[in-house]
Design a protein around this ligand. Structure first.
Ligand code: PLP
Length: 353
């Protein structure tokens, strides 16, 4: 760091993203992207004419995308705000609803960015441990008097809470915002979007990165009561009004409209996930009950760090978190059936050594 860095940032430990290798061809199962191409409708939407329009700023209101998203989710356009990935929407939400004196509650094992953003924004974190089996006890979140964020399904475990459990948390915290991060909901979770008209303290955050093949386009949607969304827009227009680029607005709209492709690809991922889980269990792995596009697995035959390293040597990238409670677990993104066969072949070879 330079001698000019603000002392308030000296203690910040930034998030470590999963590797994005630009050289070797790996079987890439480490950052929960879709193994499938974007919808052909997306490819058609991002055409030469749209590239030429890049000389003009994008629509800061994102009006056309909002109309499409509102129709898709059964909401009003003023109940939605697009963000530059759901990461940006989550960050805006923390900036809007938390500060030095207003903490954020979240699980000990969940998406790592929550803690990083707390540190960046000087928000005290109230870290609530998951149970021994990595499930979340909703009662731990009753009457907290704090903003809450819950990834549902959770990452990196993949475990999902039923909508009723989230509803209980909403009812037990009527004066605080409950953020539900639904990055993986399209692979078998229960969305809380249908609760939005009944709870003015509910903010649902979804992304196009995992189930809509657009991780590289950077697009997410925050959905909630119109007043909550107005608060988020206050932060957005206080920071970066043109946060969604033109091509992404077009790509996102086309992806939302192609519901057939969306349903086909997510069903394929779910089917491959279920098959892969059986295959891993047949090899003696413990595998959590995932409703996401990844599996969280461990084996007594090799520690997590070693297994990660050996898999990489064999051309398979998975995610390993060197963190308390989960150091022996691997998070494995669901790829195509062929990619998963490659993973299993590499595992068989490594476990025989
Ligand atoms: C991937 C992920 C995000 C970030 O998604 P982007 O839209 O790509 O920023 C947010 N939350 C969770 C739990 C995720 O896994």
């Amino acid at each position: 760091m330079s001698r000019f860095l603000s002392p308030t940032l000296e203690a910040l430990t930034p998030y470590t993203p999963g590797e994005q290798p630009q050289d070797q061809q790996y079987i890439k199962l480490n950052t929960n992207e879709s193994p499938y191409m974007p919808s052909p409708a997306v490819v058609a939407a991002v055409n030469e004419a749209e590239v030429e329009k890049l000389r003009l700023y994008s629509d800061p209101a994102c009006a056309q995308l909002l109309r499409t998203a509102a129709a898709h989710f059964g909401l009003q356009p003023d109940q939605i705000m697009p963000g530059n990935g759901s990461d940006e929407n989550l960050f805006f939400a923390l900036r809007a609803f938390c500060d030095e004196r207003h903490p954020l509650a979240y699980a000990d094992i969940t998406y790592g960015c929550y803690g990083v953003w707390c540190s960046l924004l000087h928000i005290p974190g109230n870290v609530i441990p998951l149970k021994e089996d990595f499930t979340l006890d909703p009662a731990d979140y009753y009457g907290l008097g704090q903003t809450i964020v819950i990834a549902n399904p959770n990452a990196p475990t993949g475990i999902a809470l039923p909508r009723e459990a989230i509803e209980g948390i909403l009812q037990a915290n009527p004066d605080n915002v409950v953020i539900v991060d639904e990055a993986y909901v399209d692979f078998g979770g229960e969305s809380c979007v249908p609760l939005i008209d009944r709870y003015d303290n509910l903010l649902v955050v979804q992304t196009f990165s995992k189930s809509r093949q657009l991780a590289g386009a950077r697009l997410g949607l925050a959905m909630g009561n119109a007043k909550l969304i107005a608060d988020l827009n206050r932060v957005k227009f206080g920071m970066n009004p043109y946060n969604i680029n033109r091509l992404t607005l077009k790509a996102g709209q086309a992806a939302l409209e192609d519901t057939a492709y969306f349903d086909r690809t997510r069903a394929a991922v779910v089917e491959t996930r279920n098959w892969t889980k059986q295959q891993l269990e047949a090899r003696g792995f413990a595998v959590l009950d995932s409703r996401a596009n990844f599996l969280f697995a461990s084996t007594k035959r090799k520690d997590g760090g070693t297994l990660y390293k050996k898999l990489k040597e064999n051309g398979v990238l998975v995610r390993h978190f060197d963190a308390p409670r989960i150091a022996d677990w691997l998070r494995i993104t669901i790829g195509t059936p062929q990619q998963m066969q490659g993973l299993l072949a590499a595992l068989d070879k490594i476990l025989e050594e």
